[in-house]
Structures are given as structure tokens and as C-alpha cells.
Design a protein around this ligand. Structure first.
Ligand SMILES: [Zn+2]
Length: 198
């Protein structure tokens, strides 16, 4: 087998859920059946890697300094929804149930893995809340045990502040990740969000 072809097959295996057989199929497809798509894929991946960074306000992935949501004046800038992954924003936007802004943690607190408040941008969130523009915080975290600590941490952060805090827990099946919930479930969870007691 050609060393380059082996490299390509091996490289494709970095994708989630792709085993050796699928990687082989993909490699042959790209080279034989659709070289044009292969060039586009290669070009787009490189360009995205070079240009995409984190939004300075919400930490989502964007090629701009401030993402299109943060710089959109039609959004409600008094509402801030906290999510674990940039992918969750897509799910919530598709459910079309929310018109506020977002803040992306890129994970959840996990001291064993060295993920503390700093890694999640919680200091930046604290500064943001200190500006007194946010009136309601909506926690749209995953309904997993691992995310509970993060939820408690953020709830404690807004204590003694005039900020309403609610959680989406209702409707999202326990133990599931937001990104995998369907639009109706997410919309329902949003409308029935529960205020967290202080
Ligand atoms: Zn942003």
C-alpha cells in the first residue's frame, strides 16, 4: 500500500466514530470518486484552523473578534445563556426559543483533569456580570452528574447580585448532552426553565 494512502487512512481515523474500514472507504472515495470535494475539504479545514478563534465576549468559535451573535443589536443583551459547547448554541438557535446572548464554557469543572474556573472562563464571566448589564442568567448545561458542580459554582457566583438565575434541567433527559436533544425538547426546556433558589 502507498505510504501516503496509509497516512490518509490513518489521518481520517481521528474523526469520532470512524474505524479502520470506514477510514479506508473515505480515503478511496475522496481520491477516486470526488477529488474536487477532497480539495475543498482540505482547503476549508486549513482555512478554518487558521482563522477560527474564540469570540472575545462569549468564547464561541468565530473568525471575528466579536461573533455575529454578540455584535447583533437585535439580540437581548440582558439575557445570558451559559452552555458547555459551541455546538449547543447551534441546537438552541435551531430551536428558535431564545433571543439573548451566550457564554461558552468549553467543558465543565473537573479538578482531576486540571479543569478549573480559569479554564472555563469563569473569571471573564464574573467580570461580565460585574458590569451590571445582565439581568438573567440561563444555565443550559448538560444534564449529567459531571455538570452539577459547574452549575453550583455559577449559582454561587451570582448570589447577592440582582441577577435572576434559571436552569434548563427540566425536559432534558437526565444524563444527556444538550447537543443531542431534539428542537422541541430544547424549546420546551427553555420555556419551562426553573429559577434556582439561592
Ligand atoms: Zn460572541
Amino acid at each position: 500500500v502507498s505510504p501516503l494512502l496509509s497516512d490518509l487512512i490513518e489521518a481520517l481515523r481521528c474523526l469520532p466514530g470512524v474505524g479502520p474500514k470506514s477510514a479506508q472507504r473515505m480515503a478511496f472515495f475522496l481520491l477516486q470518486k470526488n477529488p474536487q470535494a477532497a480539495r475543498r475539504l482540505s482547503h476549508t479545514v486549513t482555512e478554518a484552523l487558521d482563522k477560527i478563534k474564540q469570540c472575545q465576549d462569549c468564547r464561541t468559535l468565530t473568525e471575528y473578534d466579536r461573533c455575529q451573535l454578540c455584535s447583533n443589536n437585535k439580540r437581548n443583551h440582558q439575557l445570558l445563556c451559559i452552555v458547555e459547547n459551541p455546538m449547543d448554541i447551534l441546537s438552541l438557535e435551531q430551536a428558535a426559543c431564545y433571543d439573548g446572548l451566550y457564554f461558552v464554557l468549553h467543558g465543565h469543572l473537573s479538578p482531576i483533569d486540571g479543569i478549573g474556573p480559569n479554564q472555563l472562563g469563569l473569571e471573564q464571566l464574573q467580570d461580565r456580570l460585574a458590569q451590571n448589564t445582565i439581568q438573567e442568567l440561563v444555565l443550559a448545561l448538560n444534564a449529567t452528574v459531571e455538570s452539577q458542580t459547574t452549575k453550583h459554582y455559577i449559582t454561587a457566583m451570582v448570589q447577592n447580585k440582582a441577577i435572576k438565575i434559571a436552569s434548563l434541567a427540566h425536559g432534558i433527559p437526565l444524563g444527556s448532552e444538550l447537543g443531542y436533544s431534539d428542537q422541541n425538547t430544547i424549546a420546551h426546556a427553555f420555556h419551562t426553565r426553573q429559577e434556582l433558589a439561592e
